[in-house]
Design a protein around this ligand. Structure first.
Ligand SMILES: *Cc1c(COP(=O)(O)O)cnc(C)c1O
Length: 228
């Protein structure tokens, strides 16, 4: 029973349906499979079904999986999407391809200093805290441009855009408003001349709404791997 492969197909068809309603190209959305709490075998199953980008929340759990799946290292793109403390930046700089949760200059500076020379620059997103978010992670929208400009100037990082995790709400209008607020920040950064291309928002429950608001990367866990 290839459940993960079936689920991936369902998620891809949800993305495709949303894109065709909006007249967007399906290539304009990347799917990040969020494998937190699931074992390396689940990642491999998704890999075998064609998935290449994976998101993890917890640093040590992720490193363990990255090491188990070492033979796939050149083909998988690993994204950190959970909070990052400064005592973990070195191991993250050494093992991940992307960090989506940069919300302080100090973390960005450490990642840049600690990124090994033999690896390409670490791809990063600035995490924006939209109102109502239940964690304290993320920079205030009014401070996002300043942080983004500072991050973009660091030598071993490549700023790719913005990430957000709006609080889940059953009200579709409130959901759309929160996602639209993130889009505004993304557009501001672009208008300021930053060469960014990634707006990471949308999860299992709101990926269609996020695509509607301009997301270019949806982060999907439950709809691919099941309930945690
Ligand atoms: C867990 C998580 C996801 C995936 O959420 P699902 O609702 O399981 O799709 C996406 N983004 C972040 C930051 C997460 O922590």
């Amino acid at each position: 029973m290839a459940t993960i492969a079936n689920n991936l197909q369902l998620v891809r068809s949800r993305i495709n349906a949303a894109c065709s309603r909006l007249g967007r190209s399906t290539d304009s959305i990347r799917l990040l499979a969020v494998s937190k709490t699931f074992p390396a075998e689940a990642v491999r199953e998704a890999f075998d079904a064609g998935q290449r980008c994976f998101g993890e929340n917890y640093v040590q759990e992720a490193i363990d999986k990255i090491q188990v799946l070492d033979t796939l290292r050149g083909e998988i793109e690993w994204h950190l999407i959970g909070p990052l403390q400064s005592n973990k930046t070195r191991v993250v700089a050494e093992h991940f391809d992307w960090v989506q949760t940069v919300d302080r200059l100090k973390i960005a500076q450490r990642l840049s200093e600690q990124r090994p020379d033999h690896l390409p620059p670490l791809q990063v997103l600035v995490q924006v805290n939209t109102s109502g978010e239940d964690t304290k992670s993320g920079v205030d929208p009014t401070e996002a441009l300043t942080l983004a400009q500072q991050v973009a100037a660091l030598p071993r990082l490549t700023l790719r855009g913005v990430m957000a995790l709006p609080a889940p709400t059953p009200d579709p209008q409130a959901q759309a408003a929160a996602l639209a607020q993130v889009r505004v920040v993304f557009d501001q950064l672009k208008a300021a001349g930053l060469p960014i291309d990634t707006l990471s928002m949308g999860m299992s429950g709101d990926l269609e709404a996020a695509v509607e608001q301009g997301s270019t990367m949806v982060r999907v866990g439950t709809a691919i791997f099941g309930h945690r």
